[in-house]
Design a binder for this molecule. Structure first.
Ligand code: GLY
Length: 394
């Protein structure tokens, strides 16, 4: 971790060194930009360290979110190359990227009706999604409970290991000459209606030509940010469990399993190294990351009903993270209405999935000054119509 020089100036200053901020910095360096500084008290922390890492644009699709589906699919298509390039750039760090596919199953007839609706929606959109009987689902995943009533098989929804991915991003940034400066941004500096830098809790200031705000659910709370530039990004807590599948039981599950269990949503993500991640709760109660007995109980109860054999497995970790939810649950990617300030935040349930595409789109904007067409529906200015512009001065 190199220190900032006195009176430091960055060509690009990234505020927030979670998965999105690190990926933006790395991709920007890859495109030839230099003098990039990423500010964070603990680079590589944040929601990606907690997340299961499911890459599921199809099985996680919600009604009315077709633009988000297109962005998610574009990111999913980039993942294999992104992960391979990152492994190479980080000096061999594996990301746990795995093309395993996903089954989504239903436990009772109401759950099956919900999945039938989702399947019909997939078909209307021409997505690759196949209906399964309960027997077919169990043939794919024999550990599923005999009561499973049917489901979907989506062969293109995969997984990555968020922890290994952020470790690789930290290494790749360092090797690319990105300065990862350990500090907290305490104030955005604005002069003549333009973002020009940040003040840090170390009492240093950094001036910058362009600033990328990638601070997840804290983005809108940065002091100095003018009113109306960013909407409130709400923290949505997710509690999650990590179990370990001992060698003799592997593969316990062969692909991601999503489920509707009596109306409640659940997923199990089996990694090749034997980790089994079970998630997640969805709770809107501020910036609290306490793991609660109730949260753990609900996850274990539903997971047990779906895959009874999980009770034999060691429970090795419980954790909770905060998803950054924008008012329309879609991310904010690109220039804001404040010249000099670019947003890469608000990824809600899809931060890990949307990392490659977000990083590419922001890096493209930083190098060309143009907002790529794929980013247009996600312009941060959609929440501030009075300031609305699709091409803010770079
Ligand atoms: N994408 C999974 C979650 O947010 O829980």
């Amino acid at each position: 971790m190199t220190r900032l020089a006195k009176g430091a100036h960055a060509d690009v200053l990234v505020i927030g060194g979670g998965i999105i901020g690190l990926a933006v910095a790395w991709r920007a360096a890859r495109r030839g930009l230099g003098n990039i500084v990423v500010i964070d008290p603990a680079h590589g922390g944040g929601a990606a360290r907690v997340a299961a890492g499911m890459l599921a644009p199809v099985t996680e699709l919600q009604y009315g979110e077709e633009p988000l589906l297109r962005l998610g699919m574009a990111s999913n298509e980039r993942y294999a190359a992104f992960a391979a390039e990152l492994t190479e750039a980080s000096g061999g760090q594996d990301t746990g990227y795995r093309q395993c596919g996903t089954v989504a199953v239903a436990l009772d007839s109401d759950d099956r009706a919900e999945l039938r609706e989702l399947h019909a929606f997939h078909q209307r959109l021409g997505l690759d999604s196949h209906w399964l009987t309960g027997r077919e689902a169990r043939r794919l995943e024999p550990m599923l409970a005999p009561g499973v009533r049917g489901g979907l098989h989506v062969t293109d929804d995969h997984q990555v290991d968020g922890r290994r991915l952020v470790r690789a991003l930290v290494l790749a940034c360092e090797r690319a000459g990105v300065l990862l400066h350990r500090a907290e941004a305490t104030e955005l500096l604005v002069e003549n209606d333009r973002a020009v830098g940040a003040r840090l809790d170390t009492l240093e200031t950094v001036t910058a030509d362009r600033i990328v705000l990638a601070a997840g659910p804290h983005s809108h709370r940065l002091p100095g940010l003018p009113e109306g530039v960013l909407p409130a990004i709400r923290p949505v807590k997710g509690q999650i469990l990590r179990l370990r599948v001992p060698e003799p039981y592997r593969p316990f599950l062969s692909r991601n399993v999503r489920a509707v269990v009596r109306g409640r949503h659940l997923y199990l993500v089996p990694r090749e190294n034997g980790e089994l991640v079970i998630g997640a709760t969805s709770e809107e109660q501020g910036y609290d990351t306490t793991v609660t007995a109730g949260g753990v109980y609900e996850l274990l109860r539903d997971a047990h009903e779906l895959v009874p054999g999980i009770t034999e497995l060691p429970l090795v970790e419980t954790s909770a993270g905060l998803r950054p939810g924008s008012p329309d649950n879609a991310p904010l990617i690109g220039p804001t209405a404040l010249p000099g300030l670019v947003a890469a935040t608000g990824h809600y349930r899809n931060g890990v999935l949307l990392t490659p595409v977000t990083a590419d789109l922001v890096a493209e904007y930083l190098t060309t000054g143009e907002t790529p067409a794929l980013a247009a529906p996600f312009t941060p200015t959609r929440f501030s119509p009075a300031r609305s512009t699709t091409k803010a001065p770079a």
